[in-house]
Design a protein around this ligand. Structure first.
Ligand code: 13P
Length: 245
């Protein structure tokens, strides 16, 4: 399976910037064997999807509600994202877990809703700096995986150590190898053989300068890129570092 290189644009870009960024990525995508995905803010999903129609770059949301519709002021339902042209959605990002109090159980409900709406979920897990310095990183990620994934699980995992997000600090290749092997074991424990083929992305200060070494780590199925995905050329350089299969 090709690696998946996904850009999480977070709360960045006005509409013209989002469209220009998407177009620049699509224009440079020829010859790239990785699967490409960009996740603009929900407000721009439809415009970006329109700009990317017929290209190799897919579009995703950054969150969705667990209900299909109803009295949930300010929220966005998975079928709405799908209707706007999204094929994917990021769920349980640490910024949502921290800033919006999202629990594993809620992330699991959102994941079910996303799959039912025809979206492919990217479920994020990862430990904080304190949890890692306390030696609890695998325990924490194990609990997140056990609580956040519905059975069966048809999606992608993103391992994003919280201390590496937006900090310029990247997990070492050894840290990533150990954690991805642990996540693989947990997926197989939870889902049997189906757990062998789930892609596990790494996220946390991925940039052009470290992508080649990170993408070569065993069991790394791609990258979830924040800051560096806001620059088309840097994002494309990361994508060129990806393995084809
Ligand atoms: P940075 O690449 O900016 O560290 O962000 C990572 C991230 O949170 C992607 O979801």
């Amino acid at each position: 399976m090709p690696q998946l290189i996904a850009g999480n644009w977070k709360m960045n870009c006005l509409s013209a910037e989002a469209i220009a960024l998407a177009e620049a990525i699509a224009a440079g995508a020829s010859g790239i064997t990785a699967e490409l995905l960009v996740c603009p803010t929900a407000l721009h999903v439809a415009a970006v999807a329109k700009a990317l129609a017929g290209t190799a770059v897919a579009v995703g949301g950054q969150d969705c509600h667990q209900a299909t519709h109803g009295a949930h002021t300010g929220d966005i339902a998975a079928p709405m994202l799908r209707d706007a042209g999204a094929g994917w959605v990021i769920l349980g990002h640490s910024e949502r877990r921290q800033n919006h109090g999202e629990t594993d159980e809620l992330v699991r409900e959102k994941t079910v809703a996303a799959v039912e709406a025809g979206l492919r979920p990217i479920v994020c897990v990862g430990e904080t700096a304190d949890q890692r310095s306390g030696g609890q990183e695998t325990e924490v990620v194990g609990w997140q995986l056990a609580g956040s994934l519905p059975k069966p699980f048809d999606g992608v995992i993103a391992y994003e150590p919280v201390w590496a997000i937006g900090t310029g600090k990247t997990a070492t290749e050894q840290d990533v190898a150990v954690m991805h092997a642990f996540i693989r074991e947990e997926l197989v424990r939870q889902f049997g053989d189906a757990g062998q083929t789930v892609r596990i992305l790494y996220g946390g200060s991925v940039k052009a300068s470290n992508a080649v070494s990170l993408m070569a780590v065993p069991d790394v199925g791609g990258a979830l890129v924040g800051g560096a995905s806001l620059n088309a050329e840097e994002f494309l350089t990361i994508a060129r570092a990806a393995r084809a299969g």
